[in-house]
Design a protein around this ligand. Sequence first.
Ligand code: C2E
Ligand code: MG
Ligand code: MG
Ligand code: MG
Length: 279
Amino acid sequence: HAKELGRNTYQYYSGSMNAMALERLTLENNLRWALKRNEFRLCYQPQLDAASGRVVGMEALLSWHRPGCDVVPPDDFIPLAEETGLIASIGEWVLWNACAQAVTWLHEGLPPVRVAVNLSSLQFRSRRLAELVRKVLRATGLPPSHLELEITEGVFMSNEEDAAVVIRDLKKMGVRFSVDDFGTGYSSLSRLSRFPLDALKIDRSFVRDISADPAAAGLTAAIIAMARNLGLNVIAEGVETHEQFAFLRANGCAEVQGFLFSQPLNPDAAAAFLRARSR
Ligand code: C2E
Ligand code: MG
Ligand code: MG
Ligand code: MG
């Protein structure tokens, strides 16, 4: 009897492992087709000036709308896109779309704001990135200073030399750079200060703990002070409460982003927000 049970257990596990492998394969296969089938969408989350409440930027956030499935958030498919190399073409699509959207808003007479685009550190493996950005800016007509590229500390860790070349090329064009999720990686501010960066985005894990954890509050205040001394703009992400916002403002954080102000919005809703909140 025990032997039989053991065999069933074995079959159960091997069956579920096959199911997982199959699931992954299906996902990968669907991801390959998602671009051609036009299943990606960008939403835009407003970034506000902390003092005036005016919108100064819109961060483009990607999601995948698989027919017959729930919307897939980026954290559930970007890693697979990176493993398979699909991130290159997906990242290209994001850049084209976000820049074209920003130009559409300009043409509609909406107040000019930066559009922020997240880049995978893998996109820095190719020196073609600068060429691509140049091509997109030229074709869409977006002024380079309206584009902010969000990179993570990972970019500086893996291939510092290549990254430095790409960042300098893009800076010469007038594109802006911010470091996303700052504080979660291992890079020091002194290391980052060697790169021509424009802004630091304080990771939302710090912001979340501001009210409950004095250490998090102290760290957040210190990051803001040091970034300002380096001449960097500071954006706090994941601001959800008035208390967090008050703390950030009191400590000199220039810009804020989070559910307290707005969820990520579809392009029409983002345009309406811009119209209402920019005067
Ligand atoms: P991120 O760049 O740090 O983006 C901010 C994430 O925090 C977004 O999640 C946003 O919806 C969420 N968020 C904003 N405000 C709040 C808040 O007040 N509270 C909480 N709890 N969350 C908030 P999302 O859209 O799921 O994106 C997750 C990550 O996926 C992004 O983190 C970014 O690293 C990556 N990602 C998104 N779009 C792209 C893309 O086009 N390309 C690449 N390579 N990565 C992307
Ligand atoms: Mg980001
Ligand atoms: Mg972030
Ligand atoms: Mg992130």
